[in-house]
Design a protein around this ligand. Sequence first.
Ligand code: EPU
Length: 422
Amino acid sequence: MDVFEITGPTSLDGTVRVNGSKNASLPIMAASILAPGNSKITNVPHLADISVCNELLTSLGCKVTRGDNGDISIDSSVVDNPVGEYEIVRKMRASICILGPLLARYRKAKVSMPGGCAIGYRPVDIHLRGLRELGTQIEIENGYIVAEAPKGLVGKEIFLGGPFGSTVLGTANVLMAATLAKGITVIESAACEPEITDLANCLRKMGAKIKGTGSPRLVIKGVRQLKPVEYSVIPDRIEAGTFMVAAAITSGKLHIENCRLDDLMAVVDLLRNIGVTVEKNSDGCVVTRTEPIRTAQITTQPYPGFPTDLQAQFMALLSLAKGNSVVIEKVFPDRFMHVAELSRMAADLRKEGSTIIVSGVNELKAAPVMASDLRASAALVLAAMAAEGTTVINRVYHIDRGYERIEQRLNPAGAKILRKSE
Ligand code: EPU
């Protein structure tokens, strides 16, 4: 297992380029199941989760080839094993998004029920509710979701809201299933995340009829068949936001290329309010911090609200603000694995339910810490670059799930991140 040794404090100064979006790539790769033939997805990041998705599609019968430049070719002419095995699904929850496409193409599917997760309980009841509404019979047997639509899927008006708002992958599943359903499907309370818009744009290029993209009301007119596609995924807004915090927490200056600021309005607004400069340019932005960090109140919400996937990184940043900040998690109420580890680095954090009170400290200090999940780990990398001394982060594979070789991208800008294999 690799560890990071990160020496701080550093002040970043340089350029980083944002890769393609992990969370857009995964459902788009699953969408290739809908159209027999050869699809080519470009701008896909080299990440552990993408490799798991390749493994999953291969296990179904697809032929998946990865080019050096990030392209992935998926030949889905033959899908003769519509089963998402536990051994693969347990490595990546997003595997659940093959359920909708398999049902649409084969009228049946068996996918392992996703298990526990470091960021809290993550049920899939809304996915199943939506697919049942389209005419699927679903049973849970031996830990598997066993789904069948003997008469085919039929469009319907479906409400997909849940206790924490919309569901991103739930929307992806029902949307993909509805593209080949008979008649019209209306999804109310659909997720509006840019990754869903990207999926809808890809599906449209495949021949799907979808209206309302980017809004909470999607109207899908089912078509008889879809055609294979060549599609380039959007840049990763969460990686971009993480780089923005990297510039801010190190009092540095980063040119962030291939970054769509429109996808990050809540984040940019917050950064500007706490004293960080974000200047838009033709391909991204320049993020600079020259003044002390001011306090903030953050409430995570579905898009276009502040993203839960940047909550941990901003907690690290606000640990160095002058005064008390409040962070409220409204999407995953237990997503706080980073709190104990940041506290080991001398952050002053107090947990009250799903709220963290962050009392700013003058400096963070190096410590041995444990990466627990993807975004929590990113927060530790950020804190370590600002902290005095050498921080050792164990279980770096969590970071590798969502950030491609982060050390090779931040070190040229002045970070001191050493990867060691143990
Ligand atoms: N929820 C339910 N029932 C469901 C589905 C969701 O109650 O059937 C609840 C969840 O427990 C949560 C809330 O609804 O409280 C939102 O969950 P959502 O379904 O939107 O999450 P997801 O689709 O499983 C995606 C991203 C996550 C990101 C969330 C929220 C992918 C592969 N994953 O997960 O990304 O945090 O949306 O934006 O797209 C990450 O990249 O680190 C990551 C965890």
